[in-house]
Ligand binder design. Structure first.
Ligand code: HPA
Length: 273
């Protein structure tokens, strides 16, 4: 545990030496949203590989950098490239950056992702506000000795995705796209897409969308009292919902098509919180 804190303090010290005023808001850029990074002004970019003890991403197309700067005049940290359990990291590594953000003083985190649509009212390219999550099929990221420095052992999960921020986000989405979708994000460990039977089961359990990220990060952020907001880009209908087979190429294509709306939503949202 001490060793863990020592490692984190080393990462934090390195970042603080490079950046003067650390923003209090983080945006985690999911698949296809990477170009939001181009709109950030007055940037300081730090590569993950240069930060002591920071994990390094293995997914092609996922960059590995923290960008400190201003988006629409608002100080932000963009995390360009995240870590997934399916890459082989243990969950502590997957969520290492989130605890670093906490130690840097971050108060709010916007988690974005690509997800498969389970709710038949959804269409490819829709943006879904995550209002809750399911993660029955994965061990908790908080398993093991509790990290008392960050939060309590047993935590309430009823406001995991901050309700006040969800309401603001609904207004923003109505303004930007004319409507909004919201729903429950089901976490699957991947790296395979799900089977149609799994998707039917998830629908019965109450899921609206499915993906392979976000949940570990959301739980660790919530544990350490960082406010969490989550947005999924529905890049495809989940397995078996239509006859289409799933490919990573198609997922990326749809994410790119939705990118403009996604960026507008984020920019407007951060101006209103
Ligand atoms: N399933 C899991 N993860 C995903 C999907 C999906 O259908 N689409 C994008 N990420």
């Amino acid at each position: 545990m001490d060793n863990y804190m020592d490692k984190m303090n080393e990462s934090v010290k390195f970042i603080k030496e490079k950046v003067n005023n650390i923003p209090k808001l983080v945006i985690v850029l999911g698949s296809g949203l990477g170009s939001l990074a181009d709109d950030i002004k007055d940037k300081t970019i730090i590569n993950y590989k240069d930060i002591p003890n920071f994990p390094v991403s293995t997914v092609p197309g996922h960059k590995g950098e923290l960008i400190f700067g201003k988006l629409e005049g608002i100080p932000v940290i963009a995390m360009n490239g995240r870590f997934h359990y399916y890459e082989g990291y243990d969950l502590e590594k997957v969520t290492y950056p989130i605890r670093i953000f906490k130690l840097l003083g971050v108060q709010t985190i916007i988690l974005t992702n690509a997800a498969g649509g389970i709710n038949e009212k959804f269409q490819k390219g829709d943006l879904m506000i995550i209002n809750d999550q399911l993660s029955f099929f994965a061990e908790s990221v908080l398993r093991g000795p509790n990290k008392e420095e960050f939060g309590e052992r047993f935590i309430d999960m009823s406001n995991l995705y901050d309700k006040d921020y969800i309401n603001i986000l609904k207004d923003v989405m109505k303004d930007v796209t004319g409507s909004y979708q919201e729903g429950v994000y089901a976490y699957m460990k991947g790296p395979t897409y799900e089977t149609p039977a799994e998707i039917r089961a998830l629908r019965i359990l109450g899921a609206d969308a499915v993906g392979m990220s976000t949940v570990p990060e959301a739980v660790v952020a919530h544990h350490s009292s960082i406010k969490v907001i989550g947005i999924s880009c529905i890049t495809n209908m989940a397995a078996g919902v239509t006859n289409e087979l799933l490919t990573h190429e198609d997922v990326k294509k749809t994410a790119l098509k939705a990118e403009d709306n996604f960026k507008k939503v984020i920019k407007n949202f951060i101006k209103r919180i």
